[in-house]
Design a protein around this ligand. Structure first.
Ligand code: ZN
Ligand code: MN
Length: 484
């Protein structure tokens, strides 16, 4: 029984505008409930929405960056449904003439570099937030978020594994951060995603398609991968238990339970006709002319994909490291400054992606925000690469001091006595001693047993407190044993 995982992604992204999509209320996270509201975003009868020009430009720049085709003319529609956090009884969205269609997002997964095609990108308004107080047995609603501009990005079902789902979200988040159109913070709900998952199963010479499930409440990049993985396992188990009858079950919407690492049923999946879409009568259709197109294009910087490709070509990084470096714009810029300050690119990338990334993770800071300036990291990388300081010493002694704000790696090397011993006389003395104390090993080396160098090298390194270059030690030992 062969199966193929088929995932399409719906992503909602809050745009970083000063005011809401159709009124002048500020967009701000964390204000006291119901303090950022007005008759428009509360849906009072007779209030009139006016589209936010900045939001239109930000959404157009996202569409431009993803290679979408921008509509010549776009329009808003009402999507009708009842929910306590939606005071109007409808959401202003876009139905049949979205802002943009087509385009693609490039992802780097273990399977390599891959393009995920996009279906459409449209603008809509966010809803309020219900707050459930289980102890008091009441629910309250906060409308501060109602009317915040969102773009919804719908992909084609090109994502073929849980890892690719995660990579897609990482790529999208990097893209919007580069564009500066959104914070892309999943914890604060700036970026919300709903994977649509099903399986194509080949069994008994036939192709079966399991019912598509939309997964809600996925609140981190890691959980996207977990949610898709748990759905794949569930679909396989259901198909094994129920056979092809499982494929006749209706589509459904499920939530992801982080603690149980599993999804649960929420409701049957709505179809478009359930929403009774009709054109928003208070907002006329909007033409997207050349001035707006130019303004959107001017906002698009070098994007993560092209920067990643450039880093591979220009600095010889592999795709995987280049993707890691380019995921945050700040980190990519930091890496380039380190290289410009004289560091070899590959080791510089390595220090950034391992040691600095670990520290940033612990401090919940960004890599560029750790306070190790580019010239200082370049100096550290240079000391290690030139063999003047052992990597282990740089890691244990030098880097922690730089992270605490110390300035000059070369001065620290002197202060901490970390310099490698390049004095041949000292090395020769230690080597003679090692040979004298390990006659058996010395004899073995002389009779051609290369492995016997091990204990001799070890003895010299101990004597030098690890601060000798292994190549030099071996060279000196060889000379002594061959009596030259
Ligand atoms: Zn308002
Ligand atoms: Mn939506």
């Amino acid at each position: 029984m062969n199966h193929r995982v088929v995932v399409g992604m719906e992503v909602h992204l809050q745009l970083r505008t000063k005011s809401k999509m159709f009124c002048r209320c500020p967009v701000r996270f964390g204000a006291p409930p119901n303090t950022l509201v007005c008759p428009v975003c509360l849906g009072m009868p007779g209030s009139l929405p006016v589209p936010n020009r900045d939001a239109m430009i930000l959404a157009l720049s996202a569409a431009t960056a993803m290679g979408c085709t921008l509509a010549d003319e776009t329009k808003f529609d009402r999507k009708n449904y009842f929910y306590p956090d939606l005071p109007k009884g409808y959401q202003i969205s876009q139905y049949d003439r979205p802002l943009a269609t087509g385009g693609a997002v490039e992802i780097v997964a273990e399977s390599g570099v891959k393009r995920v095609r996009l279906r459409r990108l449209h603008i809509e308004e966010d809803v309020g937030k219900s707050l459930h107080d289980d102890e008091a047995g009441v629910s309250r609603v906060d409308f501060n978020r109602a009317g915040t501009p969102l773009v919804e990005i719908v992909s084609e079902p090109d994502i073929a594994s849980p890892e690719e789902a995660r990579a897609y979200l990482q790529a999208l988040r990097a893209l919007v951060q580069y564009l500066g159109i959104s914070d892309g913070n999943m914890q604060e709900g700036n970026l919300r995603c709903e994977p649509n998952v099903n399986l194509h199963i080949d069994a008994d010479g036939r192709r079966y398609e399991t019912p598509i499930v939309e997964v809600k409440n996925v609140n981190s990049v890691r959980n996207v991968e977990r949610a898709v993985r748990s759905e794949v396992a569930r679909h396989l188990a259901e198909f094994q238990a129920k056979g092809p009858a499982f494929c006749e079950e209706p589509r459904s919407t499920r939530g992801f339970d982080d603690a149980r690492d599993a999804t649960f049923v929420m409701r049957g999946k709505e179809a478009a006709h359930d929403y009774r879409y009709f054109p928003e009568p208070d907002i006329p259709p909007i033409r997207i002319g050349s001035a707006w197109r130019a303004e959107a294009l001017a906002r698009v910087p070098e994007l993560p994909d092209s920067r990643r490709r450039r880093f591979v070509a220009q600095y010889g990084l592999n795709d995987y490291d280049a993707e890691g470096i380019c995921r945050e714009r700040e980190t990519a810029e930091y890496f380039e400054s380190v290289v410009k300050a004289g560091a070899a690119p590959k080791p510089a990338a390595n220090w950034i992606l391992t040691e600095l990334a670990r520290e940033a993770n612990e401090r919940k800071a960004t890599i560029a925000g750790l306070g190790v300036s580019a010239p200082r990291l370049a100096a550290l990388v240079g000391l290690v690469e030139s063999g003047r300081v052992a990597r282990a010493a740089a890691l244990k002694e030098l880097l922690p001091r730089l992270l605490r704000g110390d300035a000059d790696p070369a001065a620290l090397v002197a202060e901490l006595g970390l310099a490698m011993i390049e004095d041949d006389a000292l090395l020769r003395e230690a080597a003679r001693e090692a040979v004298a104390r390990n006659p058996k090993a010395a004899e073995d080396v002389r009779s051609g047993k290369e492995k016997a160098y091990g204990p001799l090298m070890g003895a010299v390194m101990r004597k030098m407190q690890g601060k000798a270059n292994p190549d030099s030690v071996r060279r000196v030992l060889k000379a002594i044993l061959e009596d030259r």
